[in-house]
Ligand binder design. Sequence first.
Ligand code: NAD
Ligand code: UDP
Length: 349
Amino acid sequence: MNRTESILVTGGAGYIGSHTAVSLEKAGFRVILLDNLCNSDISAIEGIRSLVDYDVPFYQVDCRDKESLGDVFQSELENGTPITGVIHFAALKAVGESVEKPDLYKDNNIGGTRVLLEVMKEKGVSKLVFSSSCTVYGEPENVPVNESSPILPAVSPYGFTKQECERLIQDHTKRVTKQTFQSVLLRYFNPIGAHPSSVIGESPKGVPNNLVPYICKSAAGLSKPLIVFGTDYPTPDGSCVRDYLHIMDLAEAHVSAINFLFDKSQINRPFCRAFNLGTGVGTSVLEVIKAFEKVNGVSVPHVLGGRRSGDVVSIWSESLRAKSELGWYTKRSLEESLKDAWNWQKKFI
Ligand code: NAD
Ligand code: UDP
């Protein structure tokens, strides 16, 4: 297997990072995991290792800790496996929490990205994939959104941190002239589901903020009934509309993005390219609940509630650029995603 490229995965114990690590390993890349475990658990690292049958290195480090981050690059260099690319997942991601704690979000998400870029510059590493979000489009006037859609004012402090990080990376790409800095901004829509083995999945600490993990807990009787945040929105059934994609489709998009960065034809030209990653289909909160109940044969206790601060009304993706330039598109259905999400949850009942 080709293990010439070593990819640092920050936030590697988290939901998207752990699934991506497995897909990268399967595609022949060497993976180095880094996480401060503020929203994840060491069991995710063990899950990754068991799925790839390889003792993937893990560093418990905070991205804002410049010295420790530099040490990770240094020790991998001394091991003879220098880091050649980075996928930067590490961030706080709860929209509602970001409204309550905007400074924490700015410090962690923007601060962590700034330190990472400094360390990458010092260590001469020039390929970066950044976990961005459709939240950078703010409250879009037209849907679906594509990469040319306007970046409107952020609806939440979390969204603001993603816009700022994109700007930092774009500036870095222009400013760093000694290296040819090449970066990809992946604007995810709503990843859901779990690895089909159910060895890894989504395990946020505390009460889940995201819809599908909450649906799972509610269906399992492990939480209070789900609150549908808002049923008076200008959408067909009054609840918010999102673009839900299977986590394994999203994980595979990162392999495509890393291949894109390492593709020989891209060499010697600095660039920062954004890609939307979604299915192209919008689904409402109430439709997701119904689909979950139907595919899994369980009921989801839920109540209709008020709007959640910081929520966009409707957004879904046009992902034509990802298809034409990365060769990536979603292959799994909403039903498959909801089935895999429930299979994962059932392990904890
Ligand atoms: P997650 O919380 O499961 O994973 C993030 C990981 O980063 C966690 O394991 C956490 O412990 C770690 N982390 C946070 N701050 C850190 C820091 N300063 N230093 C080191 N580790 C740190 O979240 P996720 O869903 O896997 O999201 C990954 C990335 O994708 C985030 O940047 C998020 O903003 C972005 N994103 C997620 C979604 C989504 O719906 N899940 C959508 C769009 C974008
Ligand atoms: N949502 C909900 N109840 C919950 C969690 C989420 O109704 O307990 C709604 C939320 O208001 C949004 C959609 O589900 O309309 C998706 O929310 P999530 O937090 O999963 O992702 P976001 O799109 O906010 O990043």
